[in-house]
Ligand binder design. Structure first.
Ligand code: 1GP
Length: 274
């Protein structure tokens, strides 16, 4: 039994893909698809994944705070994977999000939660699941900034204040010192996005890539994130509202803006594989 758990090989292909692509292109775009029956069926999720890939997205994140059913998550990933070449990375809200069909999982800890369960409890109990699934796990510090939306409420976060960049940067730096390979700055889905000053200070103090998400709706929003120093921009709600309607045309405009802004910016960092 222990062999089943321990013999699974650890791979780093997705993390290396992220670092290599970041060093080549300066900034990446990740498309978030929430495997939630209240939002879409697995087959619609697969169509969305394909359209996002055609629009130029660099990876598909599958997950969300309210994805509760492992079978549904599994089916969603299975169908997306049939049609899509870019990596599929789990962005877990809990155990139900773990699936061996994904390329990797963001093995994340909500570092500003009031509840230890969200920074080490779930992860300890889920560690065997991840090991048995045999998928690459990328350690990631997750920080939730006001207003936080569902992610903030569900993970009982002590929300980081929007007007105190130094606090979020301090949590980010501590996460890097602990050995996390990525930092995710989250303002919550569908709400106010993160103030660029926070991203800017974090990018000045960190050596690891910054993922930023929550409320990105326009090419101006996305470009402002990249200019501030975000390395990976995540969008979810925009995809749900627009992808099927315009077949990815408006998403492509935003992704092109991300790539152009990074290319023309003189503040891009280069990353080491750690
Ligand atoms: C979730 O922040 C992302 O982590 C997505 O937010 O749905 O607002 O794009 P949106």
């Amino acid at each position: 039994m222990v062999d089943i758990i321990l013999n699974n090989e650890k791979k780093h292909a997705t993390y290396e893909y992220i670092i290599n692509k970041l060093n080549r292109e300066g900034a990446l775009h990740f498309s978030l698809i929430d495997p939630d029956p209240f939002r879409q069926s697995p087959s619609k999720a697969a169509k969305m994944g394909k359209l996002a890939e055609q629009a130029g997205t660099d990876a598909i994140l599958v997950g969300g705070s309210t994805a509760f059913d492992q079978v549904y998550v599994d089916k969603t990933i299975e169908l997306i994977k049939k049609d899509v070449q870019v990596p599929i990375i789990i962005f877990p809200g809990g155990f139900a999000n773990v699936s061996k069909r994904a390329d990797a999982i963001l093995f994340m800890s909500v570092l500003n939660s009031n509840n230890h369960y969200f920074f080490i409890g779930y992860q300890a109990l889920g560690s065997y699941l991840v090991k048995m699934a045999g998928i690459e796990h990328i350690p990631m510090g997750y920080l939730i900034i006001e207003p936080g939306a569902s992610a903030g409420w569900i993970s009982d976060a002590k929300l980081l204040p929007r007007n105190k960049p130094k606090l979020t940067a301090a949590y980010s730096l501590a996460a890097e010192m602990f050995g996390f390979k990525l930092i995710y700055l989250e303002a919550g889905s569908g709400g106010n996005s993160i103030p660029p000053e926070i991203i800017k200070l974090c990018s000045q103090v960190l050596s690891i890539p910054i993922i930023a998400g929550g409320g990105v709706q326009t090419k101006e929003d996305a470009a402002a994130f990249v200019e501030a120093g975000a390395d990976i921009i995540v969008m979810g709600t925009f995809l749900e509202n627009n992808l099927m309607k315009d077949k990815g045309a408006s998403l492509k405009v935003i992704i092109d803006a991300i790539k152009d802004t990074a290319k023309n910016s003189n503040n891009r960092r280069t990353f080491q594989k750690i």
